[in-house]
Design a protein around this ligand. Structure first.
Ligand code: C2E
Ligand code: MG
Ligand code: MG
Ligand code: MG
Length: 284
């Protein structure tokens, strides 16, 4: 009986695996169509300077408007694109859109601001990433200084020597580098010091957890670390005034989250840039 039971379990497992593979294959095909059929779009979420209350940068976030499923979250399709390698093409599309939007904003006479672009681990692991970004900058005419690449901690902390060299090549292009979701991976402090990075981005899980002693302690530690290493520090996922007040009091340089704004359409960026959030930043 045990044997039969075992076989039944195995078959069940097998079928579940199979269903997953089919689902993934379907998503892969749909994603290929999505890129071809212009179903992908970018939104931009503002980042606010704590001292001035000005919007100083925007993070580009990809959206998939699926014809039947509606909005598909990047948390669903980015991992698929990462596994299938489609992230390379998707990433190139994102860069192209960012350049196109920057040209559009420039043509409206907006003051230039920094744009942050997420780079997935597979993209970062491409030996030719610095070359292809260099080529992109040349061809688009985009000023490297206004581009910041967001890399995740886990992507850059593995195989550290190769990664330091890749980061140096990227820095040599004149752009800025941020470590996204900081605190969730494990960083060797000695590597961190040698990495040519500009910004630490405190993971939103710690911001969400600020009302606990542990959460607050982790945020304090990351802010202190960034001061020691002379890095810019930004908190993401700020949703309420308590979180905001805490981060302002602790000297976090930049702020991002629904409390200020959800990710917005590129057309709405000009109005957003005219906003000043000093009022909201006043300690209550
Ligand atoms: P991320 O880079 O850590 O981006 C932050 C995520 O938090 C975004 O989700 C953003 O919309 C969301 N967020 C911002 N403020 C708040 C808040 O106050 N509360 C909450 N609960 N969430 C907030 P989104 O847009 O769904 O993106 C999810 C992840 O997908 C990103 O995490 C990033 O890892 C990835 N992703 C998005 N766009 C791209 C892209 O163009 N390329 C790559 N490689 N990855 C991307
Ligand atoms: Mg990010
Ligand atoms: Mg993040
Ligand atoms: Mg994240």
């Amino acid at each position: 009986a045990a044997k039969a039971h075992g076989r039944a379990c195995y078959r069940f497992y097998d079928e579940a695996m199979n269903a997953l593979a089919v689902e993934q294959l379907k998503m892969e095909e749909e994603l290929r169509d999505a890129m071809r059929n212009h179903e992908l779009e970018l939104r931009y979420q503002p980042q606010i300077d704590t001292n001035s209350g000005e919007v100083v940068s925007m993070e580009a976030l990809v959206r998939w408007k699926h014809p039947e499923r509606g909005m598909v979250s990047p948390l669903t399709f980015i991992p698929v694109a990462e596994r299938t390698g489609q992230i390379i093409e998707l990433g190139a599309w994102v860069m192209g859109e960012v350049a196109r939007h920057c040209h559009y904003w420039d043509s409206m006479g907006l003051k230039p601001f920094r744009v942050c672009v997420n780079i997935s681990p597979l993209q970062f692991n491409q030996t030719n990433l610095p070359q292809s970004i260099g080529k992109f900058l040349k061809e688009s005419g985009m000023d490297a200084g206004r581009l910041e690449l967001e890399l995740t901690e886990s992507a850059i902390m593995t195989d550290a020597q190769t990664n330091i060299e890749r980061l140096q090549q990227l820095k040599a292009l004149g752009l800025e580098l941020a470590v996204d979701d900081f605190g969730t991976g494990y960083s060797s402090l000695s590597y961190l010091k040698r990495f040519p990075i500009d910004t630490l981005k405190i993971d939103q899980s710690f911001v969400a957890d600020l009302d606990s002693a542990d959460g607050a302690a982790i945020v304090d530690a990351i802010i202190a670390l960034s001061k020691t290493l002379n890095l810019r520090v930004i908190a993401e996922g700020i949703e309420d005034k308590e979180q905001l007040d805490y981060l302002v009091k602790r000297g976090c340089d930049l702020l991002q989250g629904y409390y200020f704004s959800r990710p917005i359409y590129p057309e709405d960026v000009p109005d957003m840039l005219r906003q000043n959030f000093s009022e909201a930043l006043n300690q209550s």
